[in-house]
Design a protein around this ligand. Structure first.
Ligand code: FEO
Length: 404
């Protein structure tokens, strides 16, 4: 790992975390990066820092460019600890003249680090500072991803330092989008969006409109995680517009948990019904698939059909975990249904429908319940349930096309 000059006198000085596999409950099977950037001008600015454990990587990279003590300003786009964990020690070392942040950023830093004496300079949308030959303009991005978040835009170089937005958890020895396969980057960025930002979709839509009106002519997007978008920054902006608009396709997830494989057999029959109606299907075992991978698939799926055996008068705990998680991320405009086998009381299907209702999902039918083990008639009911959802998915697609 080494500092990388991303444009003349502007350097990536962050850290690559190859080993992280759980990021506050989100599975990061490909690791991540904590990006920080050094802008060398008459005044030198460090944009963000890194997670505490990676402070020595940050320092080593800065040293390759210059003495850290020569940094004048620290720009804190976001206070979450993956970007600010090493801030107290960096401030101690650098003794910066100013720390630029939003009003919420100042409050968040004080409540995290309890240092009211730091040289905070609060900025708001449209404020600009000069570094000498370069100008930084600030754009508040409240709730993307925290109340404190902001973008910093380098006007002359047309680089948007976008904090969490447009990022992804991907450890790599490459620093740029044009060094990696674009389809993988978009899939990975989609997983990030689904798990971190989907809940804030209306704000993302507003922000995209606001940035569009500013007509910034962005040539490079430098997020705080994953590769820098220099080859095709338009690709990730287009994807954010699509994802935050909650655009879905003719696709359904069947997510289930089972005790003695009866509910699993039902799940496969539900898939058969969906396939007969020409719907793309993902069958996902709640036992085998991580909640964040299910959420990633949910991003462009029009339907989610959930199945659970009844365990102690309840749904299976893994399903409860997943549905609680999905509910919090607020997918909109989806269609759903439920199914499950049972031994004696069989409450799971009713409870699953309750979850779907609470999420604002349009529920097709009352669900299919089968006592113990399904046979031909039971399988057929599940195929019909899948087909009914499939028709609803296709119907909504036609409606969208007609509306358009
Ligand atoms: Fe990468 Fe919201 O922190």
């Amino acid at each position: 790992m080494t500092a990388v000059e991303i444009k003349k006198d502007i350097h990536w000085v962050g850290a690559v975390d190859w080993n992280v596999r759980d990021f506050h409950g989100y599975s990061t099977e490909r690791g991540t990066t904590y990006n920080a950037y050094l802008i060398k001008d008459e005044k030198v600015a460090l944009v963000d820092t890194v997670k505490h454990d990676f402070k020595s990587d940050l320092l080593h990279n800065i040293h390759q460019v210059m003495e850290p003590s020569k940094i004048d300003y620290i720009i804190v786009n976001h206070v979450e600890l993956d970007h600010s964990g090493s801030l107290p020690e960096m401030i101690e070392l650098i003794q910066p003249e100013k720390i630029f942040c939003t009003a919420n950023g100042k409050r968040a830093m004080i409540s995290h680090f309890h240092r009211e004496d730091w040289p905070f300079e609060v900025v708001k949308t449209g404020d600009e500072i000069s570094l000498g030959n370069r100008t930084v303009r600030f754009i508040e991005t409240k709730m993307l991803h925290w109340p404190d978040s902001m973008f910093s835009y380098l006007l002359e170089d047309k680089i948007l330092f976008s904090s969490d937005a447009f990022g992804q958890h991907l450890a790599s020895s490459q620093r740029f989008d044009d060094q990696l396969p674009m389809d993988e980057l978009i899939t990975n960025a989609g997983k990030y969006f689904a798990n971190i930002l989907l809940v804030f979709s209306p704000l993302v839509q507003k922000l995209l409109a606001q940035v569009g009106e500013m007509d910034l002519g962005i040539e490079m997007i430098a997020p705080d995680h994953g590769p820098i978008w220099r080859g095709q920054p338009g690709k990730i902006i287009e994807a954010y517009d699509r994802w935050s608009g909650q655009e879905t396709k003719n696709k359904a997830l069947v997510v289930y948990d089972t005790m003695w494989k009866s509910t699993e057999k039902m799940a496969k029959s539900v898939c058969t019904g969906l396939e007969r109606e020409g719907v793309e299907v993902r069958l996902m075992s709640a036992r085998l698939c991580h909640r964040s991978d299910i959420m990633a698939e949910m991003l462009d799926a029009k339907a989610i059909i959930v199945g659970s055996a009844t365990l102690n008068n309840n749904i299976m705990p893994r399903l409860a975990d997943i549905l609680t998680y999905v509910k919090g991320l607020r997918p909109k405009g989806r269609i759903g249904a439920s199914f499950g086998s049972y031994g004696w009381s069989g409450e799971a299907v009713k409870q699953l429908n309750g979850f779907l209702d609470e999420m604002g999902i349009e529920v097709v039918g009352d669900g299919v319940r089968i006592k113990n083990v399904p046979e031909h008639e039971g399988y057929q009911k599940c195929v019909e349930l899948g087909a009914a959802v499939g028709r609803a998915v296709r119907g909504s697609e036609q409606l969208t096309a007609e509306e358009a």
